[in-house]
Design a protein. Structure first.
Length: 262
């Protein structure tokens, strides 16, 4: 059966950890879905992993919809969530409605994710949820705020940690069905996870979250640079390089193809 937002909340109550990964294309969506991943996130990290930008900021809503439509066609079981890109929801609640609505209507995603737990973001979440649009929150290191925060761990001081905790609580009260905790101390993530009734999905936030999410190109060894909290489960960059090198060599010495196809 397809996974729903309510099912993720039940997973937390049952103590069942949630596995999430980013994805941007049809073929990989099929593989991840069949492998049993619970949540597929069409993340704006596609700006760096796929489109070659230095940050997530240049990613457009049209680009997100384009990739999310491909992922939707390859997904049968996992819950499909898409990021709202930078400056597609911050301007007004009406702008957020328009952007989220396009992702649900045109791409077929089941939920959207937006960054931040400040009062404006909380109000936006509440209005979207009120309109029937499921929202995943995101606090801690928020990559769309890279020019303010950098890529440093957040919540290291007592004051900063308390602020992130209060943001997470406010997002839950606004109706978010889950919250991503990115690059914060493990003990802070544990405190937030114990405080909330909705699941926390950690990325660089330690082992105490209700689930984990990573960028798929990082775990497959395809990224040029790995974040400090990622784990490489395969070195596909090396495998692909060797395979392409072998193919190129065979073409050049005319050993491929070795016989006519018909």
């Amino acid at each position: 059966m397809p996974i729903t937002t309510q099912q993720l909340i039940r997973f937390k109550q049952e103590g069942r950890a949630i596995a999430a990964l980013t994805v941007w294309d049809y073929a990989l969506a099929q593989i991840l879905d069949e492998a049993g991943v619970d949540v597929l996130l069409v993340g704006d990290s596609l700006g760096m992993a796929i489109l070659g930008y230095d940050t997530t900021l240049p990613v457009t809503l049209d680009e997100m919809i384009h990739h999310a439509k491909a992922v939707r066609r390859g997904t049968r079981r996992a819950l499909l969530v898409a990021d709202l890109p930078f400056m597609t929801y911050q301007e007004s609640v009406e702008q957020a409605f328009h952007s989220a609505g396009r992702l649900l209507k045109e791409a077929g995603v089941q939920a959207v994710k937006l960054e931040g737990g400040h009062p404006t973001a909380v109000t936006t979440v509440a209005r979207l949820v009120e309109a029937g649009i499921p929202v995943m929150g995101h606090v801690g290191l928020t990559p769309q705020s890279v020019h303010q925060l950098g890529y440093r761990q957040q919540g290291g001081s007592q004051e900063a940690g308390e602020k992130i905790l209060l943001q997470a609580i406010a997002l839950e009260q606004a109706g978010a069905f889950a919250i991503v905790l990115e690059h914060i101390p493990s003990d802070l993530a544990c405190q937030i996870t114990q405080k909330l009734m909705i699941p926390t999905i950690g990325i660089g936030a330690g082992p105490h979250c209700d689930g984990q999410v990573l960028v798929t190109s990082d775990i497959l060894g395809l990224s040029n640079r790995q974040p400090p909290f990622a784990k490489v489960y395969a070195n596909l960059r090396e495998t692909i390089t060797q395979a392409v090198g072998k193919y190129t060599a065979e073409v050049r010495v005319r050993s491929f193809p070795d016989k006519p196809p018909f």
